[in-house]
Design a protein around this ligand. Structure first.
Ligand code: PEP
Length: 251
């Protein structure tokens, strides 16, 4: 049995005091619950250091939302894997569709970031997913296959076992439209099959595949009850402690 993993992607929300308040509410609520899943929060860079202190000795683990693939240098505005490690991050979201679409990140760039993260001891939450146009024109599986094979190029089996994949159909992110449990399950099965072909059945069986895209307290339980949905990557609904807690409790 794979232990479910619920991660919150805060995106560009919450200044320092708002972050303190949300984390405090969340850790207080979690301390009163028997939680069966792992919980990760990914606040903005400016709150990571403070967040690391607040989640210490709690059930919450810390992740970042992005990083650069170089170790250091003249990359104004960028943050390295070592910097994220130094403030207490264990995870980093890579390949999010907003990074791909708004900031022009290619599969090749994402691959460099994934390898750098793994090399530095950070666990990637590697996001993949098709646009509505790609789904409707019947090339969804090709897109997913390309994102996986190129994104994970030269990643070792051992490194793959440190990696989480988040299937996030682009048309479901921030739109309020969720993939149906069947639609999500179908893609998760396909992703696990691709991972089995590259890394072997045992690695594929252990792989955590999260679903992301308008996961809310009222749809989380049904999505998470699917065999191959091992958790959720949550955007909007992680910004309030109550709604994030309700998703965590349904895992
Ligand atoms: C996300 O940003 O990864 C996401 C899934 O957002 P939302 O839950 O708001 O759709």
């Amino acid at each position: 049995m794979r232990k479910k993993v619920i991660a919150g992607n805060w995106k560009m929300h919450k200044d320092l005091s708002e972050s303190q308040s949300l984390i405090t509410k969340l850790t207080n609520a979690l301390s009163k619950e028997e939680v069966k899943c792992d919980v990760i929060i990914c606040p903005p860079f400016t709150s990571l250091s403070e967040a690391a202190g607040l989640v210490k000795n709690t059930k919450v683990k810390l992740g970042a939302q992005n990083m650069h693939f170089e170790g250091r240098g003249a990359f104004t505005g960028e943050v390295s894997a070592a910097m994220l490690k130094s403030v207490g991050c264990e995870y980093v979201i890579l390949g999010h569709s907003e990074r791909r679409a708004i900031f022009g990140e290619s599969d090749e760039t994402i691959n460099k970031k994934i390898k750098k993260a793994l090399d530095s001891g950070l666990r990637p939450i590697f996001c993949i997913g098709e646009t509505l146009q790609e789904r409707e024109s019947g090339i969804m599986n090709d897109v997913i296959k390309r994102q996986i094979t190129e994104g994970l190029h030269q990643v070792s089996k051992g490194e793959m076992e440190q990696t989480i994949i988040a299937y996030e159909p682009v048309w479901a992110i921030g739109t309020g439209v969720t993939a149906t449990p069947d639609q999500a399950q179908e893609v998760h099965v396909y992703v696990r099959k691709l991972i089995a072909e590259i890394f072997g059945d045992d690695t594929a069986e252990k792989l955590i595949i999260q679903y992301g895209g308008s996961v809310k307290p009222n749809n989380a339980a049904e999505l998470l009850s699917q065999n191959d949905i091992d958790g959720a990557l949550v955007g909007g609904a992680c910004l309030e402690a109550d709604s994030f807690m309700n998703i965590i409790k349904s895992a």
